[in-house]
Write a protein that binds this ligand. Structure first.
Ligand code: MN
Length: 230
């Protein structure tokens, strides 16, 4: 059972690179299907290079017994804190996808511009490490910063990180991947639209109906993204 989830996580890593969400940096995790108090994440490699042998099991403090001398992601505390605070979350993506960065450093709020990102209706916060820790390298390298970020995320699907990137969660690792891809697309489309004129976003009612319709298996797009890897 866990083997299947590990394979899914490897695909998630490769898909996020193929779809332009991560580059050498960024990471994706899945809550363990065997033990909900653990999550799966690779050691500190570029996501596109991930294989099943690179996947390690972490506890909700961000510790792993599997490292065997391998470097860990300094920002694994993002994942640990989100799984700790959100029992409903089964997958987490952290990325620096470029189109969202302007929304982390300006007053412009990221909002759902099309039905594919109706999940953005749940108020997208901007977490700023300055508010918690003053001048830092902006990395979420401690449990305390992870907890502050998870608190900023609250019950939402996306939290932006000022001058850094975002964290996107899902009811499955597949859904977290899909949402990360469509968050990046939304940011690009929103910036383009706002250059053209006043934008009409999804209404809360429209977003709710679309969210009720969407399923965590995201089967159609997942099958396509996997095929494209071959
Ligand atoms: Mn980062």
């Amino acid at each position: 059972m866990e083997d299947q989830l590990i394979e899914e996580l490897v695909l998630a890593n490769r898909i996020l690179f193929a779809q332009g969400v991560v580059d050498a940096f960024g990471h994706v995790s899945a809550r363990s299907s065997a033990d909900p108090s653990r999550f799966l994440l690779t050691w500190a490699i570029a996501p596109a290079l991930a294989t099943a042998a690179d996947v390690l099991s972490f506890d909700l403090d961000g510790n792993t017994p599997d490292a065997a001398g391998r470097e860990l992601y300094s920002e694994r505390f993002i994942h640990a804190a989100v799984y700790r605070s959100r029992p409903d979350v089964m997958g987490v993506v952290h990325s620096h996808s470029p189109s969202i960065i302007p929304f982390t450093v300006t007053e412009a709020a990221l909002r759902p511009i099309w039905h594919m990102s109706a999940f953005l209706e749940s108020s997208v916060s901007v977490f700023d490490t300055q508010d918690t820790a003053g001048d830092t390298d902006l990395l979420i390298k401690t449990p305390a910063l992870g907890a502050a970020l998870a608190s900023s995320l609250g019950e939402s699907t996306v939290a932006l990180m000022r001058g850094h990137g975002s964290v996107v969660v899902g009811r499955s690792v597949r859904e977290a991947v899909s949402r990360a891809i469509y968050t990046e697309a939304n940011a690009k489309l929103q910036a383009e639209s706002e250059r053209m004129g006043k934008v009409k976003f999804l209404t809360p009612g429209e977003a709710k109906l679309m969210n009720d319709y969407s399923r965590p298996d995201v089967r159609r797009q997942w099958d396509l993204w996997v095929r494209e890897l071959a």
